[in-house]
Design a protein around this ligand. Structure first.
Ligand SMILES: *[C@@H]1O[C@H](CO)[C@@H](O)[C@H](O)[C@H]1NC(C)=O
Ligand SMILES: *[C@@H]1O[C@H](CO)[C@@H](O)[C@H](O)[C@H]1NC(C)=O
Ligand SMILES: *[C@@H]1O[C@H](CO)[C@@H](O)[C@H](O)[C@H]1NC(C)=O
Length: 384
């Protein structure tokens, strides 16, 4: 059987694909944010994004289209005519919402709705210093309101506009045609004007025009008068009150028999957890094969550790899968071995390199190799 370059190539590609069989590797962690659909946004926000994009388009086309090449006087003339031309508007509209990645759909929808007003503004010898946001989003499309105004009729938010909701919240619907103008308080604040602390918050600062609330200590239940565990009105479950320490953590693990035989107890603030012992332990004090109280069946104590009676713990399924792959490769090499000695040695060398490579890859990725390659100086081997 003759082996040409094409076959050789196929052969090598097969090696590469097989490397995924050779040792199992964790798939890369996927960023969960990548697949979450972006939050929907209100019409006013969409309009703001559209106006920003349009303004960028104005800037992008401000320097005209006919730079360089033509004579200076001609360039000046063309620039002037381009500035007000239909062509420039088309250029802007072609690039609209292109730079917007997150809300591009909303931006395009708003661009469509705004098109007639934009064209009207453009044809009326547009003044580029116009506050386009107010003109389009507030006056024409009626999706936004001026700052500190809310709702269908853009009524002013109640209270002092310099210090809305005492600086601890915002007016519902501020700047949009939505909401009812009442205060939406930040976390930790309640009251119509956000001027009181919420449950489990305490006043941590107060002067004539500012009040700040901070969270109570995590051991508190039902409120507090300060930030420490001594200031609690009462203690959360898992904590016990004492005069000197206030609400102190209960160490549940001090109690005997909190967990099952093959588990150990782990105390945490306000709670505890039962964790599985290492598989070499029957009972244990903590995690790991060196924390056994008694060894599991098939394991016996060797110094600090419980070790398997069968000897080294090898991942047999993995190792044998890999071993089978290598055998398969060697057999394939034997069958496909071409008559030509040079090609034959090349294929043989490729197979060997592949096995070495796969083993090395497994090793540096922390898998148990068939051979422990750390014991060999790889580079010295290749130097021979
Ligand atoms: C204003 O709107 C909020 C949330 O939409 C609602 O909880 C509240 O009761 C409303 N207040 C008034 C006075 O309508
Ligand atoms: C061998 O490793 C694989 C994957 O790393 C794992 O799923 C399997 O449980 C392990 N087998 C043993 C006997 O430890
Ligand atoms: C490989 O050998 C080195 C040195 O002899 C040793 O430190 C390492 O733990 C061994 N690795 C494995 C997976 O057996």
């Amino acid at each position: 059987m003759k082996m040409n370059k094409h076959h050789m190539f196929n052969f090598i590609t097969t090696f590469m694909t097989l490397s995924s069989v050779a040792c199992t590797v964790q798939p890369p962690a996927v960023n969960p944010g990548l697949f979450t659909v972006p939050k929907s946004i209100g019409a006013c926000h969409s309009c703001k994004i559209f106006i920003e994009s349009f303004t960028k388009g104005l800037e992008r086309t401000a320097r005209g289209k006919y730079e360089g090449g033509d004579a200076a006087w001609e360039e000046e003339k063309l620039k002037k005519s381009y500035k007000r031309s239909e062509m420039r508007l088309v250029d802007i509209q072609e690039g609209i919402c292109k730079e917007e990645t997150k809300y591009s759909v909303q931006c395009h929808l708003m661009a469509e709705k705004a098109e007639e007003y934009i064209e009207e503004w453009w044809s009326q010898n547009a003044d580029e210093s116009t506050d386009l946001y107010s003109y389009i989003c507030i006056d024409k499309l009626e999706v936004c309101c001026p700052k500190h105004h809310y709702g269908k009729d853009c009524l002013p938010c109640a209270g002092n506009h310099e210090n809305l909701c005492n600086g601890n919240g915002k007016c519902r619907g501020d700047g949009t045609r939505k909401g009812n103008g009442t205060c939406l308080c930040d976390e930790g604040y309640i009251g119509e004007e956000c001027d009181q602390c919420a449950i489990n918050y305490h006043i941590s600062y107060k002067d004539d025009n500012k009040m700040l609330c901070s969270k109570c200590h995590m051991s508190c239940a039902g409120g507090c008068k300060g930030g420490t565990q001594r200031d609690c009105a009462s203690c959360k479950p898992g904590f016990v009150f004492s005069v000197e320490d206030g609400c102190a953590d209960i160490n549940e693990c001090d109690e005997a028999n909190k967990c099952k035989d093959n588990e150990f107890c782990l105390n945490s603030l306000g709670s505890y957890a039962c964790m599985k012992c290492d598989k070499s332990c029957k009972e244990c004090y903590g995690d790991g094969p060196d924390m056994c109280k008694r060894c599991a069946k098939g394991y016996s104590k060797k110094g600090e550790f419980c070790v398997s009676d069968k000897g080294e713990d090898t991942n047999e399924t993995l190792t044998s899968t890999r071993f089978m792959t290598y055998i398969g490769l060697l057999i394939a090499t034997g069958i496909l071995l071409p008559k030509s000695a040079t090609l034959g040695s090349m294929v043989g060398f490729a197979v060997l390199s592949y096995i070495m490579g796969a083993e090395y890859y497994c090793m540096i990725n922390g898998h148990t190799g068939l051979v422990n390659l750390t014991n060999y100086d790889l580079f010295q081997m290749f130097r021979i």
